[in-house]
Design a protein around this ligand. Structure first.
Ligand SMILES: Nc1ncnc2c1ncn2[C@@H]1O[C@H](COP(=O)(O)OP(=O)(O)OP(=O)(O)O)[C@@H](O)[C@H]1O
Length: 258
C-alpha cells in the first residue's frame, strides 16, 4: 500500500476569466493535512470548493501559490491523487469487477487478488458480476471508491461523493467510508455541504467563506470514532461549525443541510 501523504496548500489563489472580467474565486488558501488525516472543506455554494479540489488533483494548473503532495509540487493529474465525484461515473457495459480493474487485466493473478481485496473492503462481495444498473446509488459509489483505491492513491479527494444519495444511504456510506479509511489510512480531503457529514467523518474541518473563497477558520473535531450523531458533544461541535459558517456570513451564502 502506498503510504498516506502529507498535503500542503500554500498561498493558493485562483481567478477565472469571465467575459473579459477576472472572477476572483480563491484567495490565499493555506492549510496542511497530516499523513492519514481526514479533512473536510465546507462552505457556501460557489466559494470555490470544487475548484480547490481540482487544483489539488492537478486538473487545473492555472493558479497562484503552491500545492505539494509529500513535498512534491502537483503539476498534473496522476493516480496517486484519487478523485471521487458526486456521480459514480462507472462504465454501464462493464461488471463491478471489470469497472474496478478498468484498464488492468483481471486475468493477472496480482490484479485479481487486489480487485477481490477492494471488493471486500467496500463490502460488495457477491456482486462481482453485477452491472451498474443492478446496483443502488450507494453500491455504485462504493464501486467507484474501490476503483480509485485499487490505484493506491496517496490522497483521496472526494467532491460531494454522497450528495445524490438519500439520507439513510448517505449515513450508511459515511460509515462505510470510515471503515475504509480505518483500514486503508489514505489521507482524505472531502468537500461537502453537509455539516453532520463533516463532523461525523473529519479530524479537522476547513470552514470557507465566498466571494472570494477564503478560509474563515479550521476547526479540530476532537471526538473519538465511531461518533454518536445524537450525542451532546457531537451536537456541540455541529453548532460550532454552524456558527463559524454564519459568522459574518457572505450575502451570497446558500442554505445549509443541518
Ligand atoms: N471553468 C470555469 N470558468 C469560469 N468560472 C468558473 C469555472 N469553474 C468554476 N467557476 C466559478 O467559480 C466559482 C466557484 O465554483 P466552484 O464550483 O468551485 O464552487 P463550489 O464551492 O464547489 O460550489 P458548489 O458548492 O455549488 O458546488 C463559481 O462562481 C463558478 O461559477
Amino acid at each position: 500500500m502506498t503510504p498516506a501523504a502529507e498535503l500542503a496548500i500554500e498561498g493558493l489563489s485562483k481567478s477565472f476569466d469571465q467575459e473579459g472580467t477576472a472572477l476572483h474565486v480563491l484567495s490565499d488558501i493555506s492549510f496542511h493535512t497530516k499523513p492519514g488525516e481526514f479533512m473536510s472543506i465546507i462552505g457556501p455554494s460557489g466559494c470555490g470548493k470544487s475548484t480547490l479540489l481540482k487544483i489539488v488533483a492537478g486538473l487545473d494548473l492555472q493558479h497562484q501559490g503552491k500545492v505539494l503532495l509529500s513535498g512534491k509540487p502537483v503539476d498534473r493529474p496522476s493516480q496517486d491523487k484519487g478523485f471521487i465525484f458526486q456521480e459514480h461515473r462507472l462504465f454501464p457495459w462493464l461488471t463491478v469487477e471489470k469497472n474496478i480493474a478498468a484498464d488492468l487485466p483481471l486475468k493477472d493473478p496480482v490484479v485479481r487478488a487486489r480487485v477481490d481485496e477492494m471488493i471486500r473492503l467496500v463490502r460488495l462481495t457477491g456482486f462481482e458480476k453485477a452491472y451498474p444498473k443492478q446496483l443502488s446509488g450507494g453500491m455504485s459509489q462504493r464501486v467507484a471508491i474501490a476503483r480509485t483505491l485499487l490505484r493506491n492513491p496517496q490522497v483521496l479527494l472526494l467532491d460531494e461523493p454522497f450528495g445524490a444519495l438519500d439520507a439513510f444511504t448517505r449515513n450508511h456510506m459515511q460509515e462505510a467510508l470510515l471503515d475504509i479509511w480505518r483500514e486503508n489510512r489514505t489521507t482524505m480531503l472531502l468537500v461537502t455541504h453537509d455539516i453532520d457529514e463533516a463532523v461525523f467523518l473529519s479530524n479537522r474541518i476547513v470552514v470557507m467563506d465566498a466571494k472570494p473563497g477564503r478560509i474563515k477558520t479550521i476547526l479540530p473535531i476532537d471526538l473519538p470514532y465511531p461518533r454518536n450523531r445524537i450525542g451532546t458533544s457531537f451536537q456541540e461541535l455541529r453548532t460550532q461549525v454552524l456558527k463559524a459558517l454564519e459568522k459574518e456570513a457572505s450575502p451570497a451564502a446558500d442554505t445549509w443541510d443541518i
